[in-house]
Write a protein that binds this ligand. Structure first.
Ligand code: ZN
Length: 263
């Protein structure tokens, strides 16, 4: 049987403004398993606070991951932007390592000519500067102008060592203009990948013309039960990060659904 951990993106609503450690303690208290620390608007932790958070997370059984800043574009026309983007990922990974997080998640790029080669080469260079205990998690993206289709993600992980897919099902659903309707649609996503462990983002989503508009509370499409059934059927290890506006409330619902599916 695979290990399925459920957590949230950032600080729980109940501890808003109280910081990462209070958030970790709270998630453990309510029975959740993971937190993805959000550096999306900037890397707000230093080595000292990262180590403290990491110690607490270990003690109370919360798995940590990190989301790197949104400003990243590894395929910019400007060399300077590419270099800055690489730094954002490398610095996020350094803090991740210090807090015992094993993956740093990022949206790689916007399309330009030769985006794939630019992203691959940048990832290879980043890889050289990041310690081996942190995976680079390259995310499936939710907009037509962003690098990060399933095909692109499936290909890049075979070309750069220790780059792994981050499957964001709301993004996949939005980009496919509502493509995740049945359980089989979820299974088909995983068929692109050979491994047995996955880092996953999940939320309800509003979209239009193949572009994500905003996150929404859990609802029928994409349906979390379908995902839970595929994870359980296939015995995958997975960490599922809830990004719904209801954060821990929806994460607890997801946890119930997993328990129910397991029977
Ligand atoms: Zn993301």
């Amino acid at each position: 049987m695979g290990l399925i951990r459920i957590g949230i993106a950032g600080i729980p609503l109940a501890k808003k403004g109280k910081g990462v450690e209070a958030g970790i303690q709270y998630l453990s208290d309510v029975g959740l398993d993971a937190m993805e620390v959000q550096f999306v608007r900037g890397i707000f932790m230093d080595s000292v606070s990262a180590k403290k958070a990491g110690q607490l997370a270990k003690k109370v059984g919360i798995e940590l991951s990190v989301h790197a800043p949104y400003y990243i574009n590894l395929a910019s026309k400007k060399k300077e932007t590419i270099e800055k983007s690489k730094r954002f990922i490398i610095n996020s990974a350094k803090i991740a390592s210090e807090m015992g997080a094993t993956i740093v998640v990022f949206h790689a790029a916007y399309y330009l000519n030769d985006t794939f080669a630019l992203v691959r080469d940048a990832c290879a260079e980043i890889r050289n500067e990041v310690s081996d205990d942190v995976y680079l998690g390259i995310e499936t993206t939710g907009r037509q102008n962003q690098f990060g289709t399933l095909d692109e993600i499936a290909r890049i992980i075979t070309e750069v060592d220790r780059v792994v897919p981050v499957l964001d099902f709301a993004h996949i659903h939005a980009r496919g203009n509502g493509s995740l309707r049945r359980k089989g649609d979820f299974g088909a996503i995983f068929d692109n990948f050979g491994q047995a462990r996955f880092h996953i983002h999940f939320t309800g989503v509003e979209y239009s013309k193949g572009n994500e508009k905003k996150h929404a509370p859990l609802n029928d499409e994409p349906n979390f039960r379908h995902l839970a059934e595929v994870l359980v059927d296939r015995g995958y290890d997975a960490t599922v990060i809830c990004e719904s506006p209801l954060l821990e409330r929806d994460a607890l619902k997801m946890k119930e659904i997993v328990t129910d599916v397991r029977g």
